[in-house]
Write a protein that binds this ligand. Structure first.
Ligand code: NAD
Ligand code: 0WE
Length: 258
């Protein structure tokens, strides 16, 4: 049975009720995990209030600001985890960012700054969070990140995010190799396109969704709930032999050649 009771889980990347991380947090909570939620702070605290109200029904025992570009905030986050729980079992990395201008037009026009920003937030952050989580995962653990097919194949306009996801997926393998001896597993979930804050800001996302609805073996897109269920599996003892893998939760879209 999928049982996460007594497990302490830190979930990043909830922006609103469409976030994939929200679907994940709900499933981890339903399986009995004790949640810590981090959010991206903004100056006015508007984001904080929105996310706080949303997650209240899951009664998280930690609610912390964590901009992954800020090393002090990352350190403070894991200091708070240590203080509250003494250990950590589950880390969910569910965030990405690139400049909007870099998600359209010529890939070769990507600036050095834009490239660095996308790779810093979307790929390097898995390392920095895993490094901080490692000493707290004293009884082993599970780290899960979210990736996309655009990291292994060319998807129009995904551009620099594709390079960031390729780096992220290789981070999964190197981290799995390093952390395996501490019984910490590291895996990625490659989700099919879902309408969220991040994807809706992208031109043509509806056309992509319609394309998946025609082409994918299941003839539909996946939901945040389905990604959440697969994440709960990868966080649970049911997947104890699985590490360094990318699990496709995409209605089977990725197997098609035509
Ligand atoms: P979303 O906008 O709900 O989530 C993105 C999150 O990233 C937000 O919560 C945002 O606050 C956070 N974030 C951005 N910059 C940050 C920073 N500097 N520090 C901390 N947090 C930061 O969108 P989503 O679609 O749920 O995206 C979540 C993950 O799923 C991303 O890794 C994305 O690449 C991946 N993914 C999305 C899809 C899709 O179609 N929506 C498909 C496959 C994979
Ligand atoms: O990883 C993603 C979304 C990534 C993303 C989206 C935005 C839009 C708003 C990263 N940064 C930003 N920055 C913004 O300012 N997905 C997998 C969803 C997605 O994004 C695409 C897609 C799909 C699918 C971009 C182009 C083409 C397809």
């Amino acid at each position: 049975m999928l049982d996460l009771t007594g497990k302490h889980a830190l979930v990043t990347g909830i922006a609103n009720n469409r976030s994939i991380a929200w679907g994940i947090a709900q499933q981890l909570h339903a399986a009995g995990a004790d949640l810590g939620i981090t959010y991206l702070p903004d100056e006015k605290g508007k984001h904080e209030r929105k996310v706080k109200d949303l997650v209240e029904p899951l009664s998280p025992s930690l609610f912390l600001p964590c901009n992954v570009q800020n090393d002090e905030q990352v350190t403070a986050t894991f200091d708070a985890v240590k203080e509250k729980w003494g250990k950590l079992d589950i880390l969910v990395h569910c965030l990405a960012f690139a400049n909007r201008d870099d998600l359209t037009g010529d890939f070769s026009a990507t600036s050095r700054e834009g490239f660095q920003l996308a790779l810093d937030i979307s790929a390097y952050s898995l390392l920095s969070l895993s490094k901080a989580a490692k000493p707290l995962m004293t009884e082993g653990g599970s780290i899960v990140t979210l990736t996309y097919l655009g990291g292994v194949r060319v998807i129009p306009n995904y551009n620099v995010m594709g390079i960031a996801k390729a780096a992220l997926e290789m981070n999964v393998r190197y981290l799995a190799s390093e952390l395996g001896s501490s019984n910490i597993r590291v895996n990625g979930i490659s989700a099919g396109p879902i309408r969220t804050l991040a994807s809706s800001a992208v031109g043509g996302i509806l056309d992509m969704i319609h394309h998946v609805e025609e082409m994918a073996p299941l003839r539909r897109t996946v939901t945040q709930e389905e990604v959440g269920k697969a994440t709960a599996f990868l966080c649970s003892d049911l997947s104890s032999g699985i590490t360094g893998q990318i699990l496709y939760v995409d209605s089977g879209y990725n197997i098609m050649g035509m």
